[in-house]
Ligand binder design. Structure first.
Ligand SMILES: Nc1ncnc2c1ncn2[C@@H]1O[C@H](COP(=O)(O)OP(=O)(O)OP(=O)(O)O)[C@@H](O)[C@H]1O
Ligand SMILES: [Mg+2]
Length: 533
């Protein structure tokens, strides 16, 4: 392996990787670091690494201690600040390396992994002590694998040329500390090396993968795309990013994004190896799929409500149009008079006609927006006002059905990140269902209660209850099935659409079955300033 290979790996991993000198000054800064902190390599080279932390770390002392073997590695989870001022938490790991460019002087390789989301998740889930001990166990296992591989690589490197040795050592230091799975493959896909993180990501030990082909684990629908990259022509680019599914040891397929580099012989350009830095992106892909599903269903919903809405909209458009006709006819009559024309009066009437024509235009515009197959347009929304606003839209149905709405809206609720129109659809659907469900309830007891609560770090809860018969345990599973309805004219789509919309926002939609007339529907939405929000 050449220094160039280690260098390309340094660039390929998606974790932030930085090389600092003994004084803590930045010498090299990869693309992962630029992505995490927002600075380009040019902006930070020569500056202290503490630039990105909220507190100062004594890097010269840390390096000194690693050099004197008091410490092999230094790790800390600390707050960081991006160039744009936003903050997060990262896991920083420092290990020693040497830079052939600098005449083999000891340097430190710093890997930084953004763990902000993990941290938030941990707090939310209030991990049990059992889980912590499991993780500790895993870490110890990984540490063991790291140490044995590191010592192996040191032993091998002693027999090689100086530069090769430094390069390989550096490759392993990067590979073995990265959370990405780093792998080297022969051109036919055989694993030549798999970094220890394959245990966490795929549940395989490195030894179980080495010597086996990657194609045994790749999903058959994705294998073709991988083969295409692995059989590149001589003139093809050397770098590819590919998303594909790999089977874990327990049989589950996970989505991985792989940053693949093709290593060629400098002289002959013949491919002799592939290096891949792969990261599990399953949750990202699943979120995207849920979002798409939500968009498609919302579109179906919009089209099928078109008929119902058309008459309402026609009324809204015909009103201003009738006004335009009236004003214009008035002007014509006025102009037909032979004398006494007052331009100011004419202008006033024409301006009124213009205003009404604009109003009609606006209604049509709104209609167009509503029926277009739109993307989620998420903005910061004040959920309490949005709920009150939506209830006014359905006010006439509430009055006709003699249904009261009781608001129990929490004070100082954080803003949520949501598509206003889609969220209004969810609330309208739920209110309409409640009105329908309370047809047999005595009018004095017809009541819908809408509650908002801000009691979690990342999400807001919205609960809708009514005094109707509620949902039986049996129904809870059925009602989400498309076309399930107990109504003569129902489409059986309302709740399926509501759930899809909420899931597309990264929230949860739950129906609590009725035991003693107390069933409720609760959905959550991410707060605006939180990850995923
Ligand atoms: N608040 C509620 N209380 C009791 N049952 C309900 C309530 N909301 C919905 N249901 C039951 O769930 C079924 C499915 O509701 P959903 O909103 O998905 O479809 P729908 O209201 O029948 O038709 P549409 O697609 O026109 O909304 C309803 O037919 C009804 O039986
Ligand atoms: Mg419904």
């Amino acid at each position: 392996m050449t220094f160039g290979d280690a260098q390309s790996l340094f660039e390929a991993i998606q974790d932030s990787a930085v090389i600092i000198d003994r004084a803590g000054r930045i010498l090299e800064w990869n693309q992962g670091a630029s992505a995490l902190f927002g600075y380009s390599a040019r902006e930070v080279t020569g500056r202290s690494l503490n630039l990105v932390y909220q507190q100062n770390h004594p890097f010269p002392k840390i390096i000194q201690e690693m050099l004197s073997q008091q410490q092999k590695k230094w790790t800390a989870d600390t707050p960081f600040v991006r160039k744009n001022g936003t903050t997060g938490i990262c896991r920083t790991t420092a290990s020693l390396t040497e830079n052939p460019k600098q005449g083999g002087k000891p340097l430190a390789l710093i890997l930084q992994q953004n763990i902000t989301e993990d941290r938030a998740r941990e707090t939310a889930l209030e991990k049990t002590s059992e889980k912590i001990s499991d993780e500790l166990h895993e870490c110890l296992e990984l540490l063991g694998i790291n140490c044995s591989l590191l010592s192996k690589s040191v032993a091998t490197s002693a027999q090689l040329e100086k530069q090769l040795r430094e390069s390989e050592l550096r490759f392993h230091v990067v590979a073995e500390n990265a959370t990405d799975m780093i792998a080297r493959h022969a051109p036919d896909g055989t694993f030549l090396y798999a970094s220890p993180s394959c245990k966490t990501l795929l549940d395989y030990d490195s030894d179980e993968l080495n010597g086996n082909s990657i194609y045994r684990l790749v999903h058959h629908e994705d294998a073709g795309r991988l083969r295409k990259v692995f059989s590149r022509r001589r003139d093809a680019p050397n770098h590819h990013i590919l998303t594909f599914r790999i089977r874990r040891k327990d049989g589950e397929y996970r989505w991985f994004e792989s940053n693949i580099r093709i290593i060629r012989d400098d002289a002959t350009r013949i491919v002799h190896e592939f290096q891949a830095a792969s990261r599990d992106v399953t949750s990202r892909i699943m979120d995207k799929k849920a979002r798409l599903r939500g968009q498609q269903l919302a579109h179906v919903f919009r089209l099928s409500t078109m008929e119902e809405m058309a008459s309402g909209m026609a009324h809204e458009i015909s009103q201003p149009l009738a006004a335009v006709v009236n004003y214009t006819q008035g002007c014509v009559r006025y102009l037909q008079k032979k004398e006494g024309h007052d331009p100011a009066q004419l202008t006033e009437i024409m301006n009124k006609a213009v205003a009404q024509a604009e109003r009609a235009g606006e209604v049509i515009h709104r209609l167009k927006n509503f029926f277009c197959k739109g993307q989620l347009v998420r903005t910061a929304c004040k959920i309490n006002s949005l709920i009150r606003e939506t209830v006014t839209l359905i006010r006439s149905d509430l009055t006709t059905s003699r249904t009261r709405v009781e608001f129990d809206l929490g004070k100082e609720i954080s803003q949520v990140s949501a598509d206003r129109i889609q969220l209004q659809q969810v609330i309208l659907n739920l209110i309409q269902n409640s009105i329908d469900a309370m047809k047999e309830t005595s009018p004095r007891q017809r009541k819908i209660r809408i509650q908002t609560e801000d009691r979690h770090a990342e999400k807001i809860e919205i609960t809708v209850t009514d005094s109707g018969p509620g949902f039986s345990k049996d129904m809870v599973h059925k009602v989400f099935k498309p076309f399930y309805t107990t109504k003569a004219h129902g489409r059986g789509m309302g709740l399926a659409i509501c759930r899809s919309i909420i899931e597309a926002h990264g929230g949860e939609f739950i129906i609590h079955p009725n035991t003693q007339n107390n069933s409720w529907i609760r959905f959550t939405l991410p707060k605006h300033d939180k990850p995923g929000g």
